[in-house]
Design a protein. Structure first.
Length: 338
């Protein structure tokens, strides 16, 4: 991308071009490597967030001389490796700043918002998990690279993605699992228990009846198997354990006294019951945080708020006011992170 050296009377197209270049390349670079020290903290009295403050400079003078990188203190310190002190910029990043200064060191009207860009130290507003949810439509037509994918691997986006990645790594897909192997995998995954001899015999018979052959998995038989496993109470018991681990469930307080919590078992049963009832996760989360206000007088919902107190708790050090405040902060932080 080429930029004129003089920005005195830019056309609308030139201004738009400069804005895009700055927002997509210069601002993320300054935000990720410079603004931690030379933003709100103004180390050396230097603030690089806006045109006015950057041109005003700090204790050593103006940081930028538009059109003259070699006379700009910012470029001088970065090119020499003095700045940033922890990790100097890569050669291509230094060249990017040189081109920017040479083209006039343009800043838009609004100051840089350091939180608008992600860096190695923090997530910005542009971080993938902070973006609004939106439906993603799968491709209707296979891409050109998909033409080498076998037909039975083109049934879904995920299958195509997995197959192409296997090809990139020089690997071949595993052979199809036998009915017995697939039965064991599904049963262990969903219930944590092995299949009974009767369940094995029934599944093999269903596969044989559907396919007309021994040792081949029937799609309908497998679908019915999954439905049956999801409908059994063992499913909630198996996967409820994972949820309880995440919400730091324990039946004792831990630490020196390890006090037993005698009445926390209803929360355990509530989690198991919720999973078996296929309760939406967003509803489960709301009940954990405010079940007493969502369903006042309904013990089946109110019990969800036990999430707030069912984990380990240091009831020894809390006798000291300073430690008690720290324990309180740790508990709140743990709840928020959970």
């Amino acid at each position: 991308m080429q930029f004129p050296l003089a920005w005195t009377t830019p056309t609308y197209a030139e201004r738009e071009q400069r804005d895009v270049f700055f927002e997509q390349q210069v601002a993320p670079l300054l935000s990720g490597h410079c603004l931690t020290c030379h933003g709100s903290e103004k180390k050396g009295e230097l603030d690089l967030r806006s045109r006015a403050t950057a041109y005003a400079g700090g204790e050593s003078g103006s940081a930028l001389t538009p059109g003259k990188p070699e006379e700009s203190l910012l470029y001088e310190h970065i090119a020499s490796g003095d700045m940033p002190p922890e990790k100097p910029l890569e050669a291509n990043e230094i060249e990017l700043l040189r081109r920017w200064i040479e083209a006039g060191a343009y800043y838009p009207d609004q100051p840089i918002d350091p939180l608008a860009y992600s860096s190695s130290k923090r997530a910005g507003y542009d971080w993938w998990s902070l973006q609004p949810l939106h439906p993603v439509q799968p491709r209707k037509e296979p891409a050109a690279s998909d033409t080498k994918i076998p037909t039975d691997w083109q049934e879904s986006q995920i299958d195509r993605f997995v197959y192409l990645r296997l090809q990139q790594e020089g690997l071949s897909p595993s052979l199809p699992a036998s009915p017995t192997t697939l039965l064991r995998r599904a049963t262990y995954d969903l219930t944590g228990l092995p299949p009974t001899p009767e369940q094995r015999a029934n599944f093999l018979a269903a596969c044989r009846q559907e396919t007309g052959r021994e040792g081949e998995v029937g799609e309908l038989a497998y679908a019915h198997l999954i439905d049956r496993l999801l409908a059994t109470p063992r499913y909630g018991e198996r996967w409820g354990r994972h949820w309880l681990d995440v919400v730091r469930f324990a039946e004792s307080r831990g630490f020196e006294r390890n006090q037993i919590i005698n009445n926390v078992w209803p929360f355990r049963d509530y989690v198991i019951r919720s999973l078996n009832e296929d309760k939406p996760f967003d509803q489960l989360g709301r009940e954990h945080l405010s079940g007493d206000t969502i369903g006042p007088g309904d013990p089946a919902i109110e019990v969800g708020t036990a999430f707030l107190s069912c984990g380990p708790y240091d009831d020894v050090s809390n006798q000291d006011p300073v430690r008690a405040a720290q324990i309180r902060a740790d508990v709140v932080d743990e709840i928020i992170r959970t």
